[in-house]
Design a protein around this ligand. Structure first.
Ligand code: BG6
Length: 471
């Protein structure tokens, strides 16, 4: 690993707090491979691929993930080389408990134990998430998150994980982006089971929150020496103007996509405005006695924030066609802000200040909850065109990281309780229906040979982590 430019690390204009977490994130299904090996049961991604392979970019399934199951030692050594002191991945529920409940797969127990030990031996603190979109098929057959039995089974699975690894893992997360299976699976048809039904989506969201709270309860009951949190993708909703209609539209998007998980997991309660909205439109999920008390006790120790891009919202310009299914978009429109900065290699806006706005909101309105940026990253389609002398010269990714870290630094200077930054992701990984369409890694993965080659951004990150900052 060679430093890109030493002059960037001399005056240290952006110096981060001591023990700042420098690392990256991935997930089990997206990195392990071995989808049908090691005693793993099928999850919904295995099932969906069998049913509709053409829904996956270039027909590539999770079996083609970046072989972490076999090569975790190599990968952890490579993380160390680029300055990781922390790394987040998830445990695959269907690998540990193939049918979702009942017998625990001892091969998986051994595998995850070795991964944790290897990380710790390399001074990389493991951050473990318990659900990253990969519902076991047997649990989906019971109704997935629509089923209370699945909520219970998930809490049991979490309990097993805490008992097995709670002595060594000090940072746990119940869910990654719990709104995404709600949106993808029950509103917009980009995840299995491809339902479009707002009321069912609301039930899935509510039961996921219950499952989260049950897992937190199990964790606290074990009195382990660690922290438990949740990872949320927060998308600041910016209104087009300050006129009442635009502000109201942006507020609805914020309630549905951010505060539906942020408020209960940090404050222990749902926003009254959200409840009123759901009641007004007859979309309330079934809530049983005791549920709200359970959720109230599930407030987190630590919040992971995934941030990629904001939502630009305006009031509806045209009358809604109410013949189709009830959707959030009945209440707002998206708009393209003139002059916005775009990722030219993927149709997403880049708005670095969003990090600052999120962290400041957490500081001012959420008790300055301890948090960290658990995902931020730049997906690039066709990244091979930036290869020079065998290396991806991804200066655009270095700029992207620096831009976001600069705003993170400003928020911390002003008192935000943000403890670290994880890039999505360590190595180009398989990504759900997008497979390898967008490359995000510090390392390039050659899909034919499985060779890993550090990108320029990985070299830059090694220096930034070592210096705990940059100019
Ligand atoms: C995040 C998810 O939302 O976005 C990851 O937590 C995902 O699992 C990442 O891979 C990037 O998404 P995509 O579709 O650009 O690969």
């Amino acid at each position: 690993i060679s430093p890109p430019d030493k002059s960037e690390f001399t005056t240290m204009k952006y110096q981060f707090p001591e023990n700042f977490w420098w690392g990256s994130a991935s997930s089990a299904t997206q990195s392990e491979g071995a989808a049908f090996d090691g005693g793993k049961g099928d999850n919904i991604w295995d099932l969906w691929y069998q049913e509709q392979p053409n829904r996956f970019f270039n027909n590539v399934s999770a079996t083609k993930a970046s072989t972490f199951y076999q090569n975790y030692q190599t990968d952890i050594a490579l993380m160390k080389e680029i300055g990781h002191n922390t790394f987040r991945t998830s445990f695959s529920w269907s690998r540990l408990i193939p049918t979702g409940r009942g017998e625990v797969n001892q091969e998986a127990v051994a595998f995850y134990g070795k991964v944790i030990d290897e990380l710790i031996a390399n001074d990389i603190e493991p951050f473990i998430c318990l659900f990253h979109f990969d519902m076991p098929v047997a649990m989906q057959e019971l109704g997935g998150w629509e089923s209370r039995e699945v909520v219970e089974a998930y809490a049991d699975f979490a309990d097993v994980c805490f008992k097995l690894y709670g002595d060594r893992v000090k940072h746990w997360f119940t869910f990654n982006e719990p709104i995404v299976p709600v949106e993808g699976g029950y509103l917009y048809d980009f995840h299995y089971p491809n339902v479009v039904d707002f009321k069912r989506a609301a039930t899935v969201a509510f039961n996921t929150m219950l499952a989260h709270a049950e897992a937190v309860k199990r964790y606290r009951a074990q009195q382990l020496d660690g922290q438990i949190g949740i990872i949320l993708n927060l998308t600041p909703s910016y209104p087009r103007s300050q006129n009442t209609a635009d502000v109201k539209a942006a507020n609805i998007a914020d309630l549905l996509f951010n505060r539906s998980f942020l408020d209960p997991s940090v404050k222990g309660e749902y926003p009254q405005e959200l409840i009123a909205f759901l009641q007004e439109h007859d979309q309330m999920p079934a809530c049983q006695e005791g549920d709200l008390a359970t959720i109230a006790a599930g407030n987190v120790d630590l919040l992971g924030v995934n941030y990629y891009q904001p939502r630009r919202i305006q009031a509806k310009l045209h009358t809604v066609n109410t013949d189709g299914p009830f959707l959030p978009e009945w209440f707002f429109d998206y708009y393209e802000m003139p002059g916005r900065k775009m990722n030219p290699h993927r149709g997403w806006e880049i708005y670095e200040q969003g990090v600052y706005d999120i962290l400041t909101n957490l500081r001012e309105n959420y008790g300055n909850i301890p948090c960290y940026i658990s995902e931020n990253g730049m997906g690039v389609e066709g990244e091979e065109k930036f290869i020079e002398n065998g290396q991806v010269k991804d200066d655009y990714r270095i700029d992207f990281i620096k831009g976001h870290l600069t705003w993170l630094h400003k928020a911390v200077q002003e008192g935000a309780n943000c403890k670290g930054y994880h890039l999505w992701t360590f190595i180009d990984n398989w990504s759900w229906a997008n497979a390898y369409k967008n490359r995000y890694g510090f390392y390039r993965l050659d899909l034919e040979t499985q060779t890993r080659t550090v990108k320029r951004s990985g070299e830059w990150f090694a220096q930034a982590s070592k210096a705990n900052g940059f100019d």
